[in-house]
Design a protein around this ligand. Sequence first.
Ligand SMILES: Nc1ncnc2c1ncn2[C@@H]1O[C@H](COP(=O)(O)OP(=O)(O)OP(=O)(O)O)[C@@H](O)[C@H]1O
Ligand SMILES: [Mg+2]
Length: 248
Amino acid sequence: MPLLTVNQLDKTVDNNHILKNIDFQISKGEVIVVIGPSGSGKTTFISNLNFLNNADKGEMNFRDKKIDLSSPKKDDVLWVRRHIAMVFQNYNLFKNKTALENITEGLIHGQGKSRDEANQIALEELKNVGLSEKKDAYPSQLSGGQKQRIGIARATALKPDIILFDEPTSALDPELVGTVVQDMDHLAQQGQTMIVVTHLMSFAKKVATKVLFFADGAILESGTPDQIFNHPKEKRTKEFLSAIAEDR
Ligand SMILES: Nc1ncnc2c1ncn2[C@@H]1O[C@H](COP(=O)(O)OP(=O)(O)OP(=O)(O)O)[C@@H](O)[C@H]1O
Ligand SMILES: [Mg+2]
């Protein structure tokens, strides 16, 4: 029984058909990596899963609850966001809050935890990402890699069923990518269910249970990392993979 199923997710903006009848499912413990060309709809797709934007059509089935993706009830949106967390490409940290406060914010205001309990959880999460000594630092005092590790700590603190990652390493200097990948690797080994938009093939090959190739707003091809990276069937997939291989 999948943890999350999406049926016929569809979205058009200004005559631009961004997502075309997407069917998707993920089970507990799966790590699904999403790849595909710029503009193919990857960000729009994962943002839909925690209602950062709305679809025109589609239905979500999450933890046995059915939710209409085009007109979700406000309570359902809040409920989904308590269980599906997101890590952003550009961190999206509150600039006027410390590392610790960035993590406690959702625990206190989203999950109704007391400040003491939230602080305790946040300190533990900071320890997990090796940033205990940065608890009182503001985002402007942190490197990109450190900001992203705070972004990850903020997501994991919520103990979400699923964490969505949107190109979490693409804004980082190359030498900082490793630390963030290490955190994601660690989460995957612990059985965290994750959907990760990334072109880091080594990460995908190591931890993905499934790879989805997005093109023109649809899942053109999906399979195991071996199937997609070593034996792609579609011409678009082959072209995309050789283009990103040239980057490395
Ligand atoms: N709010 C919006 N209004 C209008 N068009 C949008 C909006 N958001 C996204 N789009 C369009 O939807 C399409 C998909 O965008 P999306 O950001 O999901 O692609 P992506 O696969 O994440 O690309 P990238 O790899 O560059 O991040 C693009 O054509 C984009 O221009
Ligand atoms: Mg994107």
